[in-house]
Design a protein. Structure first.
Length: 341
């Protein structure tokens, strides 16, 4: 679930903007495709001769677009490089500005995550208005590692009896981790690292799903019927198909999420953002619905063929039977993910 982005600008906050404005939707959707990360926006209006926020840094990459009036900015070297959280900073800790300038309408400013900043509107002006566009929250290697390790442990434990062995009696009651437990965990981590070397398995699960569930739908003009209703020719065994909306679809592998399945076999999951609602984008809705499909793991090679080709014949898909091939492309077509060419 995306965290609500802390303010990266200074002034009266009028956001986050729920992307009802078509131009912001167009810009943010393209940026989400480019970065592969959620992109939020806030609008700030600051009266003349005032400053909204004291010096602070953010856990996001920040773009500032000045819309009206002028804004005087001071940027300082980070005290916490590549910060993972929002924090205020005392004036006596940050020293002299590394950069100082005034933005005018049409000017664009970028500063990296963790950059300390503050801004004020010069006296004698009516007000300042700017939009802040921010991205790459919780998108570090550390976040990716946390996301992938659980799946790696799940897979390895199915094949390695040592990982399935019970921990020592009363280990959880110890005040400090024992030397035996530390050595054991170190050995497991080295084993996991060896297993990871050279693998091409689809590792990320939760980060991919979270991105697809919460990002903006493709930008369109009109009623957007092509995102919710399959169009064109129905795919068959003699058809050639191609993936559409490629930047809005993620493919991953994970344990079966069906609670009635006690074996918890791995499945292939496809998540997409075609039916996401831009009005609730980045608004922290706990009831966000996921859209997508799931297939048996035996379908992974056929799906990779579709993903990795500009177009492919249904007959050439790496599945055992013609019925499986037809069923796969029909499922994807019904979800508006492929089209016949």
């Amino acid at each position: 679930m995306p965290k609500k982005v802390k303010p990266a600008g200074d002034g009266k906050e009028e956001g986050p903007v729920p992307c009802k404005q078509h131009e912001l939707w167009r810009i943010q959707e393209k940026l989400e495709c480019y970065f592969g990360s959620l992109v939020g926006s806030n609008v700030y209006i600051t009266p003349a001769g005032s400053q909204g926020l004291p010096p602070h840094y953010d856990d996001v990459e920040v773009f500032i677009l000045q819309l009206e009036g002028e804004k005087h900015w001071r940027l300082y070297h980070p005290t916490v490089p590549l910060a993972r959280e929002y924090s205020l900073e005392a004036e006596d800790r940050i020293g002299r500005p590394a950069h100082e300038f005034t933005l005018k309408p049409g000017d664009l400013l970028y500063f990296p995550r963790g950059t300390i900043h503050q801004a004020d509107t010069p006296s004698g002006l009516a007000h300042s208005t700017h939009v802040t566009i921010s991205t790459y929250q919780s998108s570090s290697w550390g976040d990716f590692l946390l996301d992938t390790v659980s799946g790696l442990v799940f897979d390895t434990a199915k094949a390695d009896v040592e990982l399935r062995a019970g921990i020592p009696r009363q280990l959880l009651l110890q005040v400090e981790t024992t030397a035996v437990a530390t050595r054991k965990l170190s050995g497991f981590l080295r084993m996991l690292a060896d297993r990871l070397e050279g693998t091409k398995e689809l590792l990320s699960a939760d980060m991919k799903k979270d991105f697809a569930m919460n990002r903006l739908p493709p930008y369109y003009l009109g009623d957007g019927v092509e995102l919710s209703t399959p169009g064109g020719q129905l795919p068959g065994l003699d058809s050639t198909v191609r993936l559409q909306f490629r930047d809005h679809v993620v493919l991953t592998v994970g344990p079966d999420q069906d609670p009635s399945d006690e074996t918890r076999e791995k499945m292939v999951y496809i998540y997409h953002s075609l039916k996401n609602r831009r009005e609730t984008h980045m608004m922290g809705n706990e009831e966000t619905e996921s859209h997508g499909l799931r297939f048996p793991l035996s379908h992974i090679d056929a799906l990779k063929q579709i993903w990795n080709s500009s177009a492919i014949s249904v007959k050439d898909l790496k599945l055992t039977t013609d019925e499986e091939k037809q069923s796969l492309v029909l499922s994807l077509w019904t979800e508006c993910l492929i089209q016949v060419v």
